[in-house]
Design a protein around this ligand. Structure first.
Ligand SMILES: Nc1nc2c(ncn2[C@@H]2O[C@H](COP(=O)(O)OP(=O)(O)OP(=O)(O)O)[C@@H](O)[C@H]2O)c(=O)[nH]1
Ligand SMILES: [Mg+2]
Length: 236
């Protein structure tokens, strides 16, 4: 891992919206585990998330505040483009709320370096699981993955996870997902990677529900997601 990090630049992209109570400790924990850049993409959170990150004053932690844009997908595209511009060999995407344990960064990155373009931190392969999510949330996630596997013929078990490592080649492809501004970005990204026959691997993770801050997944986002997947199915 140490050798790898001397030769290849890794960027970790974290989209944030009102994550002040999570992001600073997350950034510190990541930096204790991996060498690389952290790219925080904040959509002008009212809770001063950006100010909290800036107060760390670390040169390898870059914070971008978008004043007039909102959306998980558009924030991820923004961060992935910055990762390319910085010359990163790989970019990790992960949530700010500690559902994605930084302990898995090492195995995820190592898998990518073995020669995979997309490595997914997966809750739905052997060894992976979800802790303390309510039944309603489990059903939404299971249902979403069932739909993507059936309609879009995805072979991936966890298509909705945002804990991922992308190679440069994969980043270039997923940046084409320019209309997927919300949670549907994950699906567009998987679709692009599979369509272009890039190599995919899933590494098991234990996903924990957030302890601080609020979820941004709401009914409107779910309807938008369903609409997107159905349109993609009909056009494929
Ligand atoms: N920049 C930006 N980040 C966002 C936006 N919506 C969500 N995020 C971030 O994307 C990540 C995932 O969002 P969550 O609200 O945790 O979604 P979730 O994990 O499906 O929901 P929970 O399990 O309830 O936490 C978090 O880091 C959020 O702060 C957005 O519009 N803009
Ligand atoms: Mg979350």
């Amino acid at each position: 891992m140490e050798n790898l990090q001397r030769t290849k630049l890794i960027s970790i992209v974290i989209p944030t919206y009102n994550e002040r109570d999570n992001v600073v400790s997350l950034v510190k924990e990541i930096l204790s585990k991996v060498q690389g850049n952290i790219i925080v993409v904040d959509d002008d959170s009212q809770d001063k998330t950006a100010e909290a990150v800036m107060s760390l004053n670390l040169s390898n932690v870059k914070i971008f505040v978008r004043k007039n844009e909102r959306g998980l997908g558009s924030a991820l595209r923004f961060g992935l483009l910055k990762a390319l511009e910085l010359g990163s060999s790989y970019a990790v995407t992960m949530d700010a709320d500690f559902s994605h344990d930084p302990t898995y960064l090492k195995p995820l990155i190592e898998k990518a370096v073995e020669g995979y373009d997309l490595v997914i931190g997966s809750r739905y392969v052997k060894g992976g699981r979800i802790e303390n999510w309510p039944l309603s949330r489990r059903l939404i996630s299971k249902g979403a993955n069932f739909m993507v596997r059936l309609l879009l013929k995805s072979s991936i078990h966890d298509n909705t996870s945002n804990y991922r490592v992308y190679s440069r080649q994969a980043i270039e492809k997923v940046l084409e997902c320019d209309s997927a501004d919300g949670y549907e970005f994950q699906i567009c990204a998987v679709y692009q990677v599979l369509k272009n026959r890039l190599k995919v691997a899933e590494v098991p993770i234990v996903f924990k529900d957030r302890e601080r801050g609020q979820s941004k997944l709401n009914f409107k986002e779910i309807v938008k997601w369903l609409n997107y997947v159905l349109k993609l199915y009909l056009s494929s």
